[in-house]
Structures are given as structure tokens and as C-alpha cells.
Design a protein around this ligand. Structure first.
Ligand code: FPP
Length: 250
């Protein structure tokens, strides 16, 4: 392998997450319905999985539906749900070719039965695949995830001989073990399309040291080149984790 390839391999994010924003505005600017924007966005989500797999990214989180998205018009929520129920089974042959393993982050129990079934089948059908892990964040909220971990931590502490001391000695590392998907790596790169500069309750705990990348491109227009631009930006960042530049370089 050429040195430059080696170098770019070594600075790929292990775990990249995407807030796929701008579907509605993309649709509006074309006189289409918001759902048309989500449909086009879903096509791009399918493509981005392939591009990320090709590039060697190990984990990719896609924010498909947040805990706050229930507040959207009922018709849009229903449309998003049926999009998932229809699309997930359709993508399975392609996911097998690329050895994609689907995982879910979030509480899927309030989702319509057909969506829960499609999601569970997608996870089961791909469970033995050895390639990229695609984490679909569905009815996911970072604050909710942290609150659930706090509840688990209290329960765990109460089962210890000295609960108060157990809580006093609780470390961030131990606490992280109580998060929903603690076996997923912390987020290295968070990409948000659509021009807004916020995290919107996505991977709150695990974005602590993520590099943030914002682009004005609406999600349905996002291309492989746009992904490469985000990866190039990531590769140019110095990740210091609280240390000085000199410490990191030596
Ligand atoms: C934000 O755009 C997008 C969403 C809330 C939904 C994202 C869902 C998809 C891309 C489709 C399904 C995904 C998978 C993984 C199968 P917005 O509607 O807030 O856009 P706007 O800010 O322009 O209104």
C-alpha cells in the first residue's frame, strides 16, 4: 500500500455519525412534498452506507428519527415510518453484498408494529455480517439515553454494600457501561447537513470528543464528494482530548 493511502487509512474516523438534515427544505425548493424529500434522503442514506463501507469506516450512525420528531405533523411521521418499513427489507440483499451489520439505537417499542418487525428482521438478517456496523438511531434521544443510564446506575449502586459510596466512586467509564449501546465506539466525527449548527440530542455522551463538521448541503444532495470533504476536514483536525498540542505531537 502506498504511504499516502496508509496515512489516510489511519486517520479515518472509526465511528462517524450523521444528522441527515435538510430533506424538507430540499423538497420545498423543488415544489415537492416533505415526504418526497425524506424518500430522496433515504436513497442517499443507502448510498452513504456503501460509500462509508468502501472507505473502511467501521461504524456509521444515522439519525433517522429522534424522540422529538414525534412532534411533527402526523402525516409526516406516518410517512417516515412507512418509508422505514418498506425500505429496510428492500436494502437487505445489498447490505449482504457489502457485509453491512444493522444495529438500532433507541427505544423502538412505541414504533408501529410493521416498523418494529422490519427493524428487527434487518438486525437479525445482518447480525453475522462482518463489515461496517450501521447504527440506525430510531426514536433516539441522547438525554433520554443518559437518564436511563442514571436509573441503571442507581439500581446498581443500591445493590452494592454501600450504595452512597458506590455512587461517589462512579467513574465516567463505569457509567458509560450503563448506556444503551456501550459496545459502540465513542463518536469520532459528527456530520450535520442542512446548514444548522447544533447537535439536536444526538449521541450526547459519546460526542464529548467528536469532531464536528457542518455543511450547508441539504441531505438529499449529499454526494460521495461531500463525504470525502468531511473526512478530509476530520483528517486535518488535531484531536487533543484536553492535552496540549505539544503533548499530542510528541
Ligand atoms: C431531517 O430533515 C430529517 C429527518 C428528521 C429524517 C431523516 C430520515 C431519512 C433520511 C430517511 C430514512 C433513513 C433511513 C436510515 C432509512 P428535515 O425534515 O428536518 O429537513 P428540514 O430541516 O429541511 O425541514
Amino acid at each position: 500500500m502506498a504511504p499516502s493511502e496508509q496515512e489516510s487509512d489511519s486517520i479515518l474516523p472509526c465511528h462517524a455519525g450523521i444528522i441527515m438534515d435538510g430533506n424538507g427544505r430540499w423538497a420545498k425548493s423543488r415544489g415537492k412534498s416533505r415526504l418526497e424529500g425524506h424518500k430522496q434522503g433515504a436513497e442517499v442514506a443507502r448510498n452513504v452506507v456503501r460509500w462509508a463501507a468502501d472507505l473502511g469506516i467501521q461504524q456509521l450512525s444515522l439519525y433517522a428519527f429522534s424522540t422529538e420528531n414525534w412532534e411533527r405533523p402526523r402525516l409526516e411521521v406516518r410517512g417516515l415510518m412507512s418509508l422505514l418499513a418498506v425500505l429496510l427489507p428492500k436494502t437487505l440483499p445489498e447490505m449482504a453484498d457489502n457485509q453491512v451489520r444493522f444495529r438500532i439505537l433507541g427505544d423502538i417499542s412505541p414504533l408501529p408494529n410493521n416498523v418494529q418487525k422490519a427493524v428487527q428482521q434487518a438486525c437479525e438478517a445482518t447480525a453475522r455480517h462482518t463489515g461496517i456496523e450501521v447504527i440506525i438511531c430510531l426514536n433516539y434521544g441522547g438525554q433520554q439515553e443518559i437518564v436511563a443510564a442514571v436509573r441503571d446506575a442507581l439500581q446498581w449502586a443500591n445493590a452494592q454494600a454501600d450504595p452512597q459510596q458506590a455512587m461517589a466512586e462512579l467513574t465516567p467509564e463505569r457509567f458509560r457501561q450503563m448506556m444503551w449501546r456501550h459496545d459502540i465506539a465513542p463518536l469520532d466525527l459528527l456530520i450535520r447537513t442542512g446548514g444548522e449548527m447544533r447537535i439536536s440530542n444526538f449521541h450526547l455522551w459519546d460526542a464529548a470528543y467528536a469532531e464536528l463538521y457542518f455543511t450547508d448541503v441539504f441531505w438529499p444532495d449529499f454526494t460521495r464528494h461531500d463525504l470525502q470533504l468531511a473526512l478530509d476536514a476530520y483528517a486535518s483536525r488535531e484531536r487533543r482530548y484536553g492535552r496540549t498540542s505539544e503533548q499530542v505531537c510528541n
